[in-house]
Design a binder for this molecule. Structure first.
Ligand code: SF4
Length: 199
């Protein structure tokens, strides 16, 4: 029988088309040890409990989000919670869901037993710290040019990367009127939305 470990969740979006191929559920986890200067999500660095959710709860949430092409783990740092996410990934894999993760670690930093548990479940992983000096706008699923998209299975091998032409960012307006910006927006759009949100 599967265990039901807890994931420290930052937030989620039931549907996004800028965080991997197709329409995907995106789970941002809470906590990142890497602290890249210029990170867009510094509020996800703290490992203090934010929203502690059992794997089964997140799994059900994903199931309720309607038809999707896949699930993306982002952060924060997904591999800082590799064991719990691997349990979730294993359950999703049984339903043949495409799985992807963004990580600040390099591929060779993911080879220990714990991180491998998650890595081995993924179809795509995007690796590498965000480097402000290497920032390039318009890269597919990457904020800086040092980051690398690894296709780990044959599932998405036919993908054509058209960096400058990809949809890069989404703005989601919640029922309360607040906005969530996701993807790889230009800094100007980010600043304008922060102003609108009173941040
Ligand atoms: S790895 Fe990602 S979440 Fe962590 S500091 Fe770097 S850019 Fe931010």
């Amino acid at each position: 029988m599967d265990t039901d470990p807890v994931i420290n969740v930052a937030r989620w979006l039931p549907r996004s088309s800028v965080n991997g191929p197709g329409e995907r559920f995106v789970l941002w986890v809470q906590g990142c040890p890497l602290h890249c200067p210029g990170c867009w999500n510094p509020e996800t660095w703290s490992f203090a409990a934010n929203r502690l959710m059992a794997v089964s709860e997140v799994f059900n949430l994903i199931g309720e989000s309607g038809p999707i092409d896949g699930v993306t783990f982002s952060g924060g740092e997904p591999f800082a919670q590799a064991q719990s996410l691997a349990v979730l990934a294993k359950r999703l894999k049984r339903d043949n869901v495409s799985l992807m993760a963004f990580t600040g670690f390099e591929l060779d930093e993911l080879m220990d037993t714990e991180r491998r548990q998650l890595l081995d479940m993924l179809d795509i992983v995007v690796t590498g710290r965000f480097k402000r000096a290497a920032r390039v706008e318009g890269l597919t699923w990457r904020g800086s040019s040092n980051q690398v998209v690894h296709l780990l299975t044959s599932r998405h091998r036919g993908i054509q990367f058209q960096d400058a032409q990809e949809k890069r960012a989404e703005v989601v307006i919640s029922e309360s009127g607040s906005t969530i910006l996701t993807g790889f927006p230009c800094p100007d759009l980010r600043r304008k939305l922060q102003t609108l949100n009173g941040e």
